[in-house]
Design a protein around this ligand. Structure first.
Ligand SMILES: [Zn+2]
Length: 87
């Protein structure tokens, strides 16, 4: 697997675009906010809207599992650690 230079990715891609790339299926809640099922704790219902992304500040927060942050590295680590099928 090629290594990802997170600093470069972060400079080029918005948090919202990155979340889309990793499969975050969000709906726009307003001009600056997206809500959808959390890509970290994988809620049972695909209609969940517990995961919130603030497009103004480029930060995310889940109201169910409490994950939050703005570092691509941290969310990527969480995604890869929960997705064991990815080599
Ligand atoms: Zn969550």
């Amino acid at each position: 697997m090629p290594s990802i230079r997170f600093a470069e990715v972060r400079a080029l891609v918005s948090l919202a675009k990155f979340l889309g790339l990793v499969g975050f299926n969000a709906r726009k809640a307003s001009h600056w906010q997206m809500r959808g099922p959390c890509p970290i704790h994988h809620p049972a219902s695909p209609r969940s809207r517990s995961f919130s992304v603030n497009l103004k500040r480029n930060v995310y927060h889940c109201f169910t599992c409490g994950v939050s942050g703005n570092q691509l590295a941290s969310i990527s680590t969480a995604l890869y650690s929960t997705n064991k099928t990815t080599p």
